[in-house]
Design a protein around this ligand. Structure first.
Ligand code: FA5
Length: 383
């Protein structure tokens, strides 16, 4: 900045000459107009309005003028700076509006497009059915127990009191696992008769033996899982299906506890007023054993003897067969190291596919295994 000087004439100070101020103003206006985006405008702003800009320097020169010249020079520079500020604000608004319009176009979302070309998946109704049953018992304090699907024959049969030549072994048609090439069993055990000693489990009952060997009584477990039998796939059978097994071993358990537990289960799953009935049957691992039926949840038994009101769900029999049950055979307790003098237990097991069939009027079990979403979709998207 020049030093104060009484004889100083603004006309003679180059930076304060009106035409120079005008030139600086016009240069700034042209730079703002030429700025194509907000970044360029920011650069022009610094160059033409910043502390080191020619107009700011000119403004500083005013202080060095003699008093009589200050007002005119101040007015000149002030007007130029005001014009520059106004042009800057105008261009800033223009460029911001342009940017906003561009962003709206670039980031536009076409809400008319399909939101998702791959429909969300959902769990299979068999899985949700099995969990729903297991939840009934988990809420009563039962623990979920699991076992392998490729199972030792000992757990699948021997521990459950199926003797080596017991005809009951043929009750369930078994997939035997072929022994390894070196003649050793699939589990690494020597096999004298060339059998591997390993099967695909035919029911969830081997989990009973595993649960008893793993824990000390009292034992309260529920065992859901996949099982295998050499059955042909037809409307009511599949070679791979699901069962759910229940086992309770404690002091003083009786058939009445079994019956009460079954009744509680059907009421939880099918509603108030439901009940079960037991019919004598035979399983080597329960004694006594029974077949368990539940009241038909559709007609509640009212279709029996009423040809005018037939029920398709129970074929007008009033009852639907659920599965097998009984008091745990003391020989099973002994095989698993539990004292049958002190403890008793009950168990039951049934097929999930069959339950899904009558609960949802599924007429053909093949629909459950074919993986067609037209079958699963009506069950909803429970995940
Ligand atoms: C058993 O498997 C016994 N482990 C049940 C049991 C457990 C009895 C505990 C006593 C104590 P069963 O062979 O009857 O029993 O089979 C039970 C259920 O599995 C049947 O009621 C039926 O619902 C289902 N099931 C059997 N075979 C098939 C199949 N091929 N396809 C679909 N479900 C089947």
């Amino acid at each position: 900045m020049s030093a104060p000087n009484k004889s100083y004439d603004p006309v003679e100070v180059e930076a304060l000459k009106p035409e120079e101020i005008e030139r600086l103003r016009d240069e700034a206006l042209a730079a703002f107009a030429a700025a194509g985006d907000l970044d360029a405008l920011q650069e022009a702003k610094v160059a033409h309005t910043g502390g080191a800009s020619p107009l700011a320097l000119a403004n500083r020169e005013i202080g060095a003028l003699p008093p009589h010249a200050k007002a005119a020079a101040g007015k000149l520079v002030g007007q130029a700076r005001a014009a520059v500020g106004k042009a800057l604000a105008g261009r800033q608004a223009e460029l911001e509006a342009e940017r906003d319009a561009r962003v709206l176009v670039e980031e536009a979302v076409d809400v008319t497009l399909p939101y998702d070309r791959v429909p969300a998946g959902a769990r299979h109704p068999l899985t949700t059915m099995m969990e729903r049953v297991a939840d009934v018992f988990v809420s009563m304090g039962y623990e979920i127990a699991e076992g392998p699907e490729v199972e030792a024959e000992w757990f699948n049969f021997d521990a459950l009191n199926f003797g080596p030549d017991h005809p009951a072994r043929q009750m369930q048609d078994t997939f035997f696992v072929r022994p390894a090439e070196d003649g050793r069993g699939a589990g690494g055990a020597e096999s004298a008769d060339g059998e591997s000693g390993v099967v695909l489990r035919t029911h969830t009952s081997p989990v009973q033996a595993r649960a008893l060997l793993d824990r000390r009584p009292p034992v309260y477990v529920v065992c859901p899982g996949r099982v295998y039998r050499t059955d042909e796939l037809d409307a009511t059978h599949t070679p791979v299906f699901h069962q759910i097994e229940l086992l309770a071993v404690d002091e003083g358990l009786t058939m009445a506890d079994l019956k009460g537990t079954l009744d509680h289960m059907v009421r939880s799953l099918f509603g108030a007023g439901m009940k079960t009935r037991l019919r004598p049957n035979f399983f080597p691992f329960t004694e006594p054993s029974a077949e368990m039926d539940m009241l038909c949840y559709v007609c509640r038994g009212e279709s029996v003897g009423r040809p005018d009101r037939p029920c398709r769900t129970c074929s007008s029999e009033g009852w639907i067969e659920l599965g097998g049950c009984g008091m745990v055979n003391p020989r099973v307790l002994t095989a698993c190291g539990v004292d049958p003098e002190k403890y008793s237990g009950f168990a039951f097991g049934f097929g999930i596919e069959r339950m899904l069939m009558f609960r949802h009027n599924v007429e053909d079990m093949r629909d459950m295994v074919e993986g067609d979403v037209r079958f699963t979709r009506p069950f909803g998207m429970e995940i």
